[in-house]
Design a protein around this ligand. Structure first.
Ligand SMILES: CC(C)(COP(=O)(O)OP(=O)(O)OC[C@H]1O[C@@H](n2cnc3c(N)ncnc32)[C@H](O)[C@@H]1OP(=O)(O)O)[C@@H](O)C(=O)NCCC(=O)NCCS
Length: 185
């Protein structure tokens, strides 16, 4: 189990079953910002749903298929970040993230994402990272743009959200680029 310090009192570490109540409360207080972009969050309504989310993340981590971490500020859970479905043959994965509404606007997710990119390239020795965002999700798009990811293209109607099909902006970063592009935040 890893702990990644980001700055004073802010760190990443895997979610444990004991964090289910806090996860549920964070989601409950942020549905208005999360639901439009992450409709699956509606399925997390009860403590058992949060426990299942955490148990699934732990199983995928143990199987080396994915990495999910909670973002913490002191003892408060602020959000979640993860690698979905690591492709070990191609040494690539996608980064996904979300923040509780009270934690937006302070650079926390950009910092967490930069640490996750470091982790991917330096620890896991991956070669390619992607971040996909709905084209209209400007807050989410700003994260890879701040990290100097390249906008590689747009996938048309890639996802169905509450208001209909949306296009995805696909951002990519290669291991060989990161040492040159890694931003100071
Ligand atoms: C996507 C999401 C995580 C982005 O959150 P965010 O707070 O905008 O991102 P950061 O934590 O990196 O903070 C950046 C903001 O902090 C500000 N900031 C302050 N200090 C900063 C610093 N040292 N470094 C970077 N940004 C800083 C930036 O100016 C920016 O604010 P602005 O948008 O008002 O200009 C959040 O909006 C969210 O969870 N949305 C709902 C779920 C979602 O869309 N998930 C992604 C699906 S693809």
């Amino acid at each position: 189990m890893f702990i990644l310090p980001l700055k004073e009192s802010v760190f990443l570490r895997p979610l444990r079953s004991g964090h289910a109540r806090e996860l549920l409360e964070l989601i409950g207080g942020s549905r208005h910002t999360l639901q439009p972009w992450m409709p699956w969050i509606e399925q997390i309504q009860e403590i058992t749903d949060a426990e299942e989310f955490i148990a699934t993340a732990a199983r995928l981590y143990a199987d080396n298929d994915a990495v999910t971490a909670g973002l913490w500020e002191r003892d408060r859970l602020a959000g979640v970040i993860g690698f979905h479905e690591i492709n070990w043959r191609s040494r690539s994965t996608q980064i996904g993230y979300w923040l509780g509404a009270d934690f937006e606007g302070r650079g926390l997710m950009s910092l967490a994402s930069r640490a996750f990119v470091d982790y991917a390239f330096l620890e896991l020795e991956l070669n390619r990272l992607e971040i996909r965002c709905a084209t209209l999700n400007s807050r989410s798009r700003a994260v890879p743009e701040r990290l100097q990811f390249l906008l590689e293209g747009v996938l048309r109607q890639a996802e169905r959200l509450e208001h209909g099909y949306v296009d995805h902006a696909v951002y990519g970063m290669l291991a060989e680029e990161w040492s040159v592009k890694r931003p100071l935040l």
